[in-house]
Every structure is written in structure tokens, then in C-alpha cells.
Design a protein around this ligand. Structure first.
Ligand code: XLS
Ligand code: CA
Ligand code: CA
Length: 438
């Protein structure tokens, strides 16, 4: 096998004083943090699409990066070259998982039968590559937003034929996910939404999406898929309004349609901020509902109103993310870098620098989040903040043993409550800084 990333060695941990750009400064796979190896806390995944397919094309210009990997684009040789490149890339970085859309793997043919034949061929090739390695699939998905047929949505489309095509893609993508041993299956509803309510029957569309998801669960379980299904919330882009707006909306939808036992959420940092939330907010909302499943680990630019999918470097955000993940007892999924190099970072070295940055940022976030928990000052404050609820009255309310009238009489007797106590935000932010920079 010819080496593709010729000047890139295996990336090793060298520690924070290293100035070697091709070394980890914080990600030390075997280092134990709170009883678990870093590599177990952080099951990192490579996103097939950004890393192996995307060359930097944007609305104003064509590719800057050459992702041909020595083969002619649009051929099965190219599809295989991407597999070769992907496995070499993951091995050199010590990444154990990948995520894919069906159409990332092979060029889509005019007829679905031919596309599926190509998918069988490439998945056999991927399986071969997986042998003798500990690389696995984190999750698979079907791209139901790129082809023009999905202009009005997939599960939410007005066309029953397009709906059937979407269902066929989901079936095949589930087959592939199971074949490659995937931990999860993602629904990102990129075109499941609307531009104007003047032409949209929202209730009808949402019921049809739910039906598609139910069929996916039934089929998945019938072929032995034991993992989680995920919804990946995103509020907008490409549609003006997407039904899976944020974690809370997606959870409401899953509960409304009886899908909450089989589905969890795949939270993407940049999508949370597009919804006007912090990343931490959507993680917390998912976690308290028992639905924090997996993470797309990128970062947006809040000065821009669109999905920039940048590699994460913000250690504050990564720390608060890992704080939520540790409190959640980890993830059943992992951390997929749904991130892309900036357009001018077009060389092969840049692909490695980007993943090193992302992996180091989350490793540092993990170290610092564990320190925050072990330090205990923040937890202690939160416990004390709610201490009044330990009173007899507090317990009665929590145990659903009070009435409005009883509380009315209690309030009358009291006359006026004392102020509830300082929120100490600045103090706590100082504690976090103190831990981050000590
Ligand atoms: C796009 C989404 C997409 C999903 C998978 O914004 O992040 O990449 O993760 O379809
Ligand atoms: Ca995104
Ligand atoms: Ca994503």
C-alpha cells in the first residue's frame, strides 16, 4: 500500500512543552483521568465528508484542497483511495472511529440499484481495512439533503415517491452501519423544515418524519442494530426553519411520537450556538432528559450567522462540555469532528494540524473539567444554593404533598421571605479561571 500522507509520522504525545506541530500536547491516550483512560473518555471520530471529500469549495470559489488522493474523482478508484487515505489518517492520529453519510463513500449513480451495488463494494473494502485494526464506525447516516429530489425535504417531502427514496436510503445506510459495527445512527434533518408557512402543512410533515423514524427503528432492530438512533438538532441552514431546532424541541418531538426509548441526541456545538444557546446548554438539556448520546465536536463563530464548522480551539467551551459529559457518566456515542479546515488551510499537513488541535482541545477540556469536579467548590456552591429545599416544607413540595392553599397560608404567616441568596456568578467564574490557569 503506498503511503498517502508521506511526510507525516505517527502523531505521539509529547506534552505541553513540546513545540513539535505534529505532536499532541495534551491528548495522552493512556493517561487515566477520574478512573478512565483518556481514550475511553474521548472516543474521537473522523468525519468522512469534511476530511476525505471536502476541498474547500464555497459559494464564491472552487476547491483549494486536493482530495483526489491520486485517483480520478467520481470513480470507484477514488472511493477506495479515500478509504486508504482515511485509514492511514486515523491510524497516524490514533483515532478509533469514523462517521459517514452513504454518499460520502461512493459517487451516487443515476439508479439507486447501482448506487447500492457500489456501497456494497466499498463497505466490503472498508471491512477489509478494519481487520487487524481497532478502528470502528461511530455512526452512519443517509444524506437526504444534497440531491435535488430532497428540495422539499425527505421525511417531510410533499412527494410520496421522494419519501420512498428517502426510506430506501435509510434502509441501506442502516444496513451499512450494522455491517460496519456502528454504535449509532444519525438523523440530521437538514431539509426537514420550511421556508414559508404559506406552502407548508407542518403537522402532516412532522407526522411523516416520525413515521419514517419508526420504520427505521423497526427495521434497524430487525437486523440486529442495538445502538442508539440520534436526532442531531440544528435550527436553520439550509432551511430557514428546521423542525429539530434545538435539543428541547427535538426531545419534545421524540416524546410526542413515542420515539424517546430508541433515540438520543447528537449535539453539535455549532448548531447549539446557531439556536442561540451555549453548547453547554444543549448538552445539559439532553443530559437531564437521559438523552445525551453523542457529540459533534466543532465550534462556530458567533460573529457569523451560519454553520462555520471550525475545529474547536476554545478551551472554555470544551471544558464546560466535558464537565457535562463527566456529570453524565460519559457518552454511549463519541466525539465526531464535524469540522472542516478553513479554505486557505489546504495542505495535507493542515488536515493533521486540525485534528491535533481538536483532540488536544478536548483533552485539555477533560483535564480541566475533572479538576473542576475534584476541586468541589462549584458543586458545593450549587448544593448550598438549594439547601432551603432540605427543610420540611421543601421536602413536602418535592414529594407532591402540598397544595397551593397550604403554601398560601405559609406565605401569609411568614409575611415576607428573605432574599434568596447571592448567585455568586462572578465568584464561580473566578473559580473556573483559577482552575483553568493554575
Ligand atoms: C450539517 C450536519 C451534518 C450531520 C450529518 O450541518 O452537521 O453534517 O452531522 O448529516
Ligand atoms: Ca454543522
Ligand atoms: Ca454534524
Amino acid at each position: 500500500m503506498t503511503e498517502i500522507f508521506k511526510n507525516i509520522p505517527e502523531i505521539k504525545f509529547e506534552g505541553k512543552n513540546s513545540e513539535n506541530p505534529l505532536a499532541f500536547k495534551y491528548y495522552d491516550a493512556d493517561r487515566v483521568i477520574m478512573g478512565k483512560k483518556m481514550s475511553e473518555h474521548l472516543p474521537f471520530a473522523m468525519a468522512w465528508w469534511h476530511n476525505l471529500c471536502a476541498g474547500g469549495t464555497d459559494m464564491f470559489g472552487r476547491d483549494t484542497a486536493d482530495k483526489s488522493f491520486g485517483a480520478e474523482k467520481g470513480t470507484m478508484e477514488h472511493a477506495k483511495a479515500k478509504v486508504d487515505a482515511g485509514f492511514e489518517f486515523m491510524k497516524k492520529l490514533g483515532i478509533k472511529y469514523f462517521c459517514f453519510h452513504d454518499v460520502d463513500l461512493v459517487p451516487e449513480a443515476d439508479d439507486i440499484k447501482e448506487t447500492n451495488r457500489r456501497l456494497d463494494e466499498i463497505s466490503d473494502y472498508i471491512l477489509e481495512k478494519m481487520q487487524g485494526t481497532d478502528i470502528k464506525c461511530l455512526w452512519g447516516t443517509a444524506n437526504m439533503f444534497g440531491n435535488p429530489r430532497f428540495m422539499n425535504g425527505a421525511g417531510s417531502t410533499n412527494s410520496v415517491d421522494v419519501y420512498a427514496f428517502a426510506a430506501a436510503q435509510v434502509k441501506k445506510a442502516l444496513d451499512l452501519t450494522v455491517k460496519l459495527g456502528g454504535r449509532g445512527y444519525v438523523f440530521w434533518g437538514g431539509r426537514e423544515g420550511y421556508e414559508t408557512l404559506l406552502n407548508t402543512d407542518v403537522k402532516f410533515e412532522q407526522e411523516n418524519i416520525a413515521r419514517l423514524m419508526h420504520m427505521a427503528v423497526d427495521y434497524g432492530r430487525s437486523i440486529g442494530f442495538k445502538g442508539d438512533f440520534y436526532i442531531e438538532p440544528k435550527p436553520k441552514e439550509p432551511m430557514k426553519h428546521q423542525y429539530d431546532f434545538d435539543a428541547a424541541t427535538a426531545i419534545g418531538f421524540l416524546k410526542q411520537y413515542g420515539l424517546d426509548k430508541d433515540f438520543k441526541l447528537n449535539i453539535e456545538a455549532n448548531h447549539a450556538t446557531l439556536a442561540g444557546h451555549t453548547f453547554q446548554h444543549d448538552l445539559r438539556i439532553s443530559a437531564i432528559n437521559g438523552m445525551l448520546g453523542s457529540i459533534d465536536a466543532n465550534q462556530g463563530d458567533t460573529l457569523l450567522g451560519w454553520d462555520t464548522d471550525e475545529f474547536p480551539f476554545n478551551v472554555y467551551e470544551a471544558t464546560l462540555c466535558m464537565y457535562e459529559v463527566l456529570k453524565n457518566g460519559g457518552l454511549t456515542g463519541g466525539f465526531n469532528f464535524d469540522s472542516k479546515n478553513r479554505r486557505p488551510s489546504y495542505t495535507m499537513e493542515d488536515m493533521f494540524y486540525a485534528y491535533i488541535l481538536g483532540m488536544d482541545t478536548f483533552a485539555l477540556g477533560l483535564i480541566k473539567a475533572a479538576e473542576m469536579i475534584e476541586d468541589g467548590r462549584i458543586d458545593k456552591f450549587v448544593e448550598e444554593k438549594y439547601a432551603s429545599w432540605n427543610s420540611e416544607l421543601g421536602q413536602k413540595i418535592r414529594n407532591k404533598e402540598t397544595t397551593l392553599e397550604e403554601l398560601f397560608h405559609y406565605a401569609e404567616k411568614l409575611g415576607a421571605p428573605e432574599l434568596p441568596g447571592s448567585g455568586r456568578q462572578e465568584l464561580l467564574e473566578g473559580v473556573m479561571n483559577n482552575i483553568l490557569f493554575k
